[in-house]
Design a protein around this ligand. Structure first.
Ligand code: FRU
Length: 874
């Protein structure tokens, strides 16, 4: 029975291997500058929040705060695929990331993105989109046609409390045939008994106002504009009411984001306080800036918040695609509760972080008694206040000092300074030298006017997160008079407890009256991500068309992002305006000749790396329209991602239809334009040879041929067997100063070939970052882009994956472990779950039974696998 012991041991080892693959891993939500308690999308780009609404729970279930947001589901940059990302929270602090609620919609006029907008609860079912018993939640969003760039207003509704959303069949509800007409915000006007909607006319600096009784038919009211606002490029407007001084009078407020003109430079938030007339909102105050940092804009407030609360949040990220956060860009400001107060200047908004933050407070450091602050005296020093995630509340008597305040994220090399200056009567956040700043104007002195009382006391509430500072400052009577919100990217390698908080005063003596700092708990669950996943740009499994074909079910799905093409995304206008040059192949039910054709034949499972298998089908390029088809992805969809400053890996499985070695050139895959491209071509350089070629646009074409494989040629790859191929461009490959091209081939009989071509020193490298590619990606044919002769691939193609870095062998899709894979008779897939199931069955049974394959798990031979594992595989 000693073997049993060994077996048991092996099982434990397998479990380990299944649970923690030996490849390098990154940790999601643990990346540099990833906010610890602010919302940021798990992956890819976001701009402003959208459709903020609280949805009460059914029966006794807790209610949820819904946060939608502008999301590019496939890339970490603003895209032509703008969608409504979605997350919910029971407390505005802990968020659950959900699938996107609205994705771009394919219409006969072209793909329509889901731009910004709002959500309401249609409690009386005025729209008729629900029923009296189950009234609908309704989203209003802007449809942005990616081709005409026209913007119109559309609705979607949910009958299941915000879980799923259906587009209104009568969309668009308003179309002015304008390119500057976006971001509808709807709210209920209980005085006139109507819905009010405001829509931004972007570059034209006005809002149109609309009224409706059913959310579908709208009447235009007066436009709202203010030539003296100081901000231009109006976007993302919101309208709501707040009680003045907590009393019965409830003025109306409009707030919006001008793209230019804010005190900090760039965009910001302006608001007006006023009244509602029959013809719409009328301002009674001048425009007022709501925040004095660079990073608070694109703001919306939650509808339906319980207890009459009005809470808003915006996007903190004003540096476009420059900000070096990956794999996401953009974060939401910490939600702020609003109030409206009377000041000598008139009615003004006040903001404070929602009290829910208290639930994530942990350690408290508190100053026991007031202390003197000078350049050399810091009462905080003995307390050792430090950290990246802090909630600080403090009161400072300016005394004789001209400037006093707090260094935060403080290191010997630099810090951010939050303070008050009596020289200018301003609160300020000075981020100069506080962190990484080579990508945009994140470094600066951001200040907000604040008159202190005769007591000279200034009150600060400062929220720090890993990449942000939000300051709420004022006097003891009016502690949230001004806010400054600013990103800062402190050195991510410095341990948290070395980023200090210090008090200091210049040109005089100040006094620290009180100081409390709470550590804040991280609200995100970290999880490991195999490094290869972060490198994936696209992965198509070539799934068969779903039945029935519906627009939300793309035909060609990208495994890493769960989005795809064939019904939804990208520039698919060629479907509707067929161009003679481009034979794009997407499913179009109205054109039977343009179907995405799949074959049941797919690569043998043994070719795949453990833990992965291809889908049940392969893309059949041969059976299309007389060998005249390809999968085509236009540049704006995937093209911009194909800037490979640090190399790339292209992987796919293919199988020619019989022996096609004498067929002439057959392009398996091509991406690029005349400036730069790479291609995989069969029968070039000899019958059955697979050539991997790249070009730099200057006529240099380094190539690598499978025929030159080490050990004497890979032979005929156009012989009707399945092949896996990995084509890798590695500019850092040590074989030459310019790196190398590498082609790795695995046959279905598990013969493996590898060939390397050193790149010539004269080869300058491929497209530098920032140079846009306008090349298409074609899979299965390349007859149009370069004007070449038709080079249709005749056969099947599967599991195309493109990664933005040269992948090491252990991260490739295919298994290259000959000893472990070749003679292993696995006709199904061995997944970690299978192993777990096996182990649980084994441990529940007798020792003899340990040696038997588990009942019902007959798709693979576990014992054989265990034997190989004993030998050190895989
Ligand atoms: C503002 C904005 C909105 C638009 C959205 C698109 O950032 O331009 O006006 O709806 O972004 O993502």
């Amino acid at each position: 029975m000693s073997t049993c012991v060994v077996r048991r041991l092996c099982l434990a080892v397998i479990l380990l291997a299944a649970g923690s693959p030996a490849v390098a891993q990154s940790v999601r939500y643990g990346e540099p500058w990833r906010p610890g308690y602010h919302f940021s999308p798990e992956v890819h780009w976001m701009n402003e929040p959208n459709g903020l609404i609280y949805i009460a729970g059914e029966n006794d279930a807790p209610g949820l705060w819904h946060l939608f947001y502008q999301h590019n589901p496939i890339a970490n940059q603003f895209g032509r695929n703008q969608s409504w990302g979605h997350a919910t929270s029971p407390d505005l602090v802990t968020w659950t990331q959900l699938p996107d609620a609205l994705r771009p919609e394919m219409t006969p006029g072209g793909p329509v993105n889901a731009y910004s907008g709002s959500a309401v609860f249609d409690a009386n079912n005025s729209s008729g989109l629900g029923t009296a018993e189950n009234p609908p939640y309704v989203i209003a969003y802007t449809g942005h046609n990616a081709i005409t760039r026209r913007q119109d207003q559309r609705l979607a509704y949910s009958l299941d409390r915000g879980v799923t959303w259906t587009r209104f069949a009568g969309n668009p509800i308003i179309d002015l045939e304008s390119r500057e007409f976006r971001d509808p915000k709807i709210t209920w006007d209980s005085f006139f008994n109507r819905w009010i909607m405001i829509v931004s006319h972007g570059g034209q600096n006005f809002l149109s106002q609309w009224a409706s009784t059913d959310l579908i038919n709208w009447t235009r009211l007066d436009d709202f504009f203010d030539p003296n606002s100081g901000g231009t490029g109006w976007e993302v407007a919101d309208i709501f009411r707040l009680p003045l001084n907590g009393g019965p009078v409830r003025p109306w407020i409009i707030q919006l984001t001008p793209a230019q003109g804010s005190p900090a430079g760039g965009n910001g938030v302006l608001y007006w306080v006023g009244t509602m007339s029959e013809d719409g909102f009328v301002a009674e105050t001048p425009a007022v800036w709501a925040d004095f940092g660079r990073d608070f804009d694109g703001v919306y407030s939650w509808e339906e918040a319980p207890d009459g609360r009005r809470i808003w949040a915006g996007i903190m990220q004003s540096y476009g695609e420059g900000i070096p956060t990956t794999p996401w860009r953009g974060q939401v400001s910490f939600p702020r509760e609003l109030s409206l107060v009377t000041t000598p200047q008139g009615a003004r908004l006040r903001q404070k972080p929602v009290d829910e933050i208290e639930s994530i407070r942990e350690g408290l450091v508190e100053l026991a008694s007031p202390g003197v602050v000078t350049t050399t005296s810091d009462p905080l020093a003995p307390l050792g206040v430090a950290g990246r995630m802090l909630d600080i509340e403090t009161t400072l008597d300016m005394g004789s000092a001209t400037i006093a305040g707090f260094r935060v994220f403080s290191l010997p090399g630099g810090s951010a300074f939050v303070g008050y200056s009596k020289a200018s009567n301003e609160v300020f956040v000075d981020t100069r030298g506080a962190g990484r700043s080579d990508f945009g104007p994140i470094d600066g002195m951001f200040s907000a006017p604040l008159e202190l009382g005769t007591d000279g006391i200034v009150h600060f509430r400062i929220l720090l997160d890993r990449s942000s500072i939000e300051v709420f400052a004022g006097t003891p009577d009016d502690p949230g008079a001004v806010t400054i919100s600013q990103l800062v990217l402190p050195d991510p390698n410095v341990p948290d407890d070395q980023l200090g908080v210090e008090a200091t005063a210049l040109f005089g003596t100040a006094s620290l009256l009180s100081f409390r700092a709470h550590q804040l708990r991280e609200t995100w669950t970290r999880f490991p991500v195999p490094a290869g996943d972060d490198a994936t740009i696209a992965h198509w499994s070539m799934a068969p068309p779903p039945t029935p074909i519906v627009e939300s079910n793309p035909i060609v799905a990208d495994r890493s992002t769960a989005v795809g093409q064939g019904g939804l995304f990208g520039e698919m206008n060629s479907l509707y305006e067929p161009s003679p040059a481009v034979d794009s192949l997407f499913y179009d039910s109205s054109r039977p000749d343009k179907r995405f054709v799949t074959s049941e034949l797919s690569p043998p499972a043994a070719m795949f790396r453990l833990g992965f298998s291809g889908g049940a089908a392969s893309f059949d390029a041969a059976s299309l329209d007389g060998h005249d088809g390809a999968l085509l992805f236009d540049p704006d969809f995937y093209g911009r991602e194909f800037e490979f400053p640090s190399g790339f890996t292209t992987e796919l499985f293919f199988r020619t239809d019989g022996d096609r070695s004498n067929e002439g050139l057959m392009e398996v895959l091509l991406q690029g334009d005349d400036e730069f491209r790479f291609a995989l071509i069969l029968n070039e350089g000899g019958p059955g040879n697979l050539r991997f070629a790249i070009t730099d646009g200057l006529g240099r074409f380094p190539v690598v041929d499978s025929d030159n494989a080490i050990g004497g040629g890979a032979g005929n790859l156009a012989d009707g067997r399945w092949y896996y191929v990995a084509a890798i461009y590695d500019p850092d490959d040590p074989v030459s100063p310019r790196g190398a091209l590498r082609l790795t081939v695995l046959s279905e009989d598990m013969e493996r070939h590898e060939v390397v071509a050193a790149l010539p020193v004269s080869f300058p490298g491929i497209r530098p970052p920032g140079v846009d590619s306008d090349g298409r990606l074609l899979i299965g044919r390349a007859s149009d882009v370069l004007g070449d002769d038709e080079r249709t691939f005749i056969g099947l193609i599967d599991e195309v994956r493109i990664s933005r870095e040269p992948l090491p062998p252990e991260r490739l899709l295919a298994s290259f472990s000959e000893a472990c894979g070749a003679d292993l008779d696995i006709d199904g897939l061995l997944t970690p779950n299978d192993v777990l199931e096996f182990v649980s069955r084994v441990s529940a049974s007798s020792e003899t039974a340990d040696l038997l394959p588990p009942q019902g798990v007959d798709t693979f031979d576990l014992l054989e696998y265990l034997r190989l594992f004993d030998e050190g595989c895989p």
